[in-house]
Design a protein around this ligand. Structure first.
Ligand code: SF4
Length: 327
């Protein structure tokens, strides 16, 4: 009996990854979609996409390794803080390290030659393979006919004639395939990765520049308005109730501030060292600017989230000054 080869499919939840899974599965391979989550992208929409095509998704956490890579990506960043070539390379490498555990023969992905400006040029696909240390195990079913043969083709596990020759930015062939496979909903490529967001990237760059790139500070980047008071100190001000709750939940040892007698947002300090009283006053004055009902001079309470036991009296910061601190 012919062996049923098993492959991992790097699965983003985008249309191309769904198609590569279904296409290889239709050819008779046992396909195991795998998603790598990090601090910047979660598995929610990939889980939905996998469910839609009737596959169980393996979710594997690469947060720490991804953060290390982000500090110095060999192939640099895309339009924002997205190091897509290195990111794909890391995912392939991780997938390769899990092959034995899942009894896998090779790895596939939905990458298409020339589709995306940064990560899917032909030289970029080669770079991804090189970074993964396992480029000879990779198959891109949607474009493999146009690519150099790898072990699965050379060994006859994959028939090159069965592979496709899709290239370029046009999507009509993929849309046609989606129709044939009965896929009714799919997300945009790259959607859901915070590193492709302009505002988020600006805040992340600021953290990096100030040597504050740790997991805890990164978690705060998703919430509120961010201001840099000085090289060591940031203040994050909630924009709405949801932000305020999330900021409070996330704060552990951080200093939390709130106007004393008036409704208004919560603020959290992110600091590399214990902030001085003068610095706390600046932060309190900034926060007060967002408390519409508070008079020009008011009390702000602060402390840890369980005990806002200290008080400072400050004047509202001028809007121009607030703007200066905005990241
Ligand atoms: S968009 Fe984000 S998740 Fe996708 S390859 Fe680029 S950095 Fe990685």
């Amino acid at each position: 009996m012919k062996k049923k080869y098993r492959c991992f499919a790097l699965f983003s939840g985008g249309l191309d990854s769904m198609l590569s899974v279904l296409y290889m599965s239709k050819l008779g391979y046992k396909v195991l979609p795998i998603f790598f989550k990090s601090l910047f992208f979660g598995p929610e929409s990939a889980l939905k996409a996998a469910e839609q095509i009737g596959f169980e998704l393996i979710v594997h956490d690469i947060s720490e390794k991804h953060l290390e890579m982000l500090k110095n990506p060999r192939y640099g960043f895309g339009k924002n803080m997205n190091p897509c070539i290195d990111c794909h390379g890391l995912m392939f490498k991780e997938a390769a390290s899990l092959m034995k555990k899942y009894n896998i023969d090779f790895i596939i992905s939905g990458e298409v030659v020339g589709q995306r400006p940064m990560s899917q040029r032909r030289d970029a696909l080669n770079a991804v393979g090189k970074l993964s240390d396992n480029k000879d195990l990779l198959i891109r079913p949607l474009s493999q006919k146009l690519l150099t043969d790898t072990i699965p083709v050379r060994e006859g596990w994959v028939n090159k004639e069965d592979m496709l020759d899709i290239q370029g930015r046009g999507r009509h062939r993929q849309i046609e395939m989606a129709r044939e496979f009965g896929i009714t909903y799919y997300q945009n490529p790259g959607g859901g990765c915070l590193l492709t967001d302009v505002g988020y990237s600006r805040r992340l760059r600021d953290l990096m520049y100030h040597d504050m790139l740790n997991i805890s500070f990164i978690e705060f980047l998703k919430l509120g308005r961010h201001f840099r008071i000085n090289d060591n100190l940031k203040i994050i001000v909630g924009r709405n109730e949801k932000d305020n709750d999330a900021l409070t939940n996330l704060a552990v040892n951080e200093i939390v501030l709130q106007a004393k007698d008036f409704p208004g947002p919560i603020a959290v300090l992110n600091s590399m060292i214990q902030p001085a009283e003068e610095e706390i006053k600046i932060a309190a004055s900034l926060l007060l600017r967002y408390c519409n009902k508070a008079p020009e001079t008011s009390n702000v309470i602060y402390g840890t989230k369980f005990q806002l036991h200290q008080t400072v009296e400050v004047k509202k910061m001028s809007p121009a000054k607030v703007e200066e601190f905005l990241i």
